[in-house]
Design a protein around this ligand. Structure first.
Ligand SMILES: NC(=O)c1ccc[n+]([C@@H]2O[C@H](COP(=O)([O-])OP(=O)(O)OC[C@H]3O[C@@H](n4cnc5c(N)ncnc54)[C@H](OP(=O)(O)O)[C@@H]3O)[C@@H](O)[C@H]2O)c1
Length: 326
């Protein structure tokens, strides 16, 4: 059974593992709405309470799907969604965190999610055109109006986090963090702990790579995120295979799967961390939820720490990296 963890100091409590819903609508292969809906409903049965979506995922498709899947179960779950992009013809064309836009997106997201309130509202990417004080000010108004319960940021840097938290308490930062992506460790995680902000690591399975099933970039079709993931290309892939093999070795010894080791490692990093592995299949969901029962001993953690080579290649293309606030 999944245990509960707190995100932030404002009272937000969620299952220790959430469900990332993005892949049900985009990025990782073909959509399968019936299986995705069954996966969300199975997650509720297994005690998952945190469901992660965004306006951007499938440009509304993901929120609609989640709204349908959670019909009649709204009171049992925490819905997290995000605003922050501008779209044209179904494609992201830029950032937009202007207060009026935030209000419109929250109305539209709530409609698609079939809910009167959003539990956790994140700014998806920091918008340098709009001072963070104005962004969080608009988000805080939505809290006062009862349309939103808790606030979060995604991929925000130190200064933004500090400034945002002064306007209204931030409950969670959602940023990429996993065995092969450790950029948060030197400065961001200590800051979150100082301010009492929870961490929701996205892509906790390294977009599937840490589960040992992901192949080279060129094996994925056009439109699949992994085709353009620099870490899966050419010499980077050859180097990074060593990371997947190290995780596999430990998993074998623990009679667990590599994905479970990757999730158990994140869970071991602190009670303030709630990973959101993404899947659109019940089979993977069940395996991922069972990771909460995998305990890594100090020796396993030390072996992982010692044996993991540095990851080769950046985690995003140059264009996407430019949207990261550091
Ligand atoms: N804030 C942000 O900017 C941001 C960015 C990216 C993601 N996110 C959020 O974080 C969530 C998680 O990240 P993610 O989905 O990108 O990456 P992830 O959780 O690291 O990996 C997802 C990939 O791993 C596969 N997978 C899942 N469980 C598996 C298992 N047990 N065995 C083998 N393969 C498995 C999935 O396959 P199938 O798809 O075939 O099930 C999918 O291709 C997303 O769903 C989204 O909600 C946020």
């Amino acid at each position: 059974m999944l245990k509960k963890r707190k995100l932030g100091k404002q009272g937000l409590e969620v299952s220790e593992l959430g469900l990332g819903c993005m892949g049900m609508s985009q990025s990782y292969g073909t959509r399968n709405d019936p299986e995705s809906i069954a996966t969300v409903q199975r997650a509720v049965e297994l005690g998952v309470t945190l469901f992660d979506t965004a306006e951007a995922y499938g440009v509304g498709h993901n929120e609609e799907l989640l709204g349908r899947a959670l019909k009649g179960k709204r009171d049992q779950v925490i819905i997290a969604t995000k605003f922050g992009f501008r779209f044209d013809d179904g494609k992201i064309v830029g950032l937009d965190s202007r207060p009026q836009h935030i209000r419109e997106v929250v109305e539209a997201s709530s409609r698609r999610l079939q809910t009167d309130y959003i539990d956790l509202l994140y700014q998806h990417r920091v918008d340098k055109q709009v001072p963070i004080e104005d962004v969080v000010g608009a988000m805080a108004d939505l809290v006062r109006q009862g349309k939103v319960r808790y606030l979060g940021l995604s991929e925000a840097g130190e200064e933004t986090i500090r400034r945002a938290h002064k306007v209204h308490p931030i409950s969670a930062l959602q940023s990429e963090y996993s065995l092969w992506e450790r950029n948060l460790e030197p400065r961001i995680i200590p800051l979150l702990r100082q301010l009492g902000i929870g961490l929701v690591p996205f892509a906790p399975l390294g977009r599937g790579f840490l589960s040992g099933t992901v192949q080279r970039a060129e094996s994925f079709p056009e439109g699949d995120f992994r085709r353009n993931d620099p870490r899966l290309q050419g010499a980077n892939f050859d180097a990074n295979v060593r990371i997947a093999s190290t995780v596999q070795e430990i998993a074998k010894r623990k009679a667990a799967t590599p994905g479970q080791v990757a999730l158990a490692w994140l869970l071991s990093r602190g009670e303030d961390i709630v990973p959101i592995p993404g899947t659109k299949r019940r089979k993977y969901l069940e395996e991922n939820v069972a990771a909460a029962d995998v305990v890594l001993a100090a020796a396993d953690l030390a072996q992982l720490e010692a044996a993991l080579p540095p990851t080769a290649g950046p985690r995003y293309s140059e264009r996407q990296m430019a949207e990261i606030d550091r």
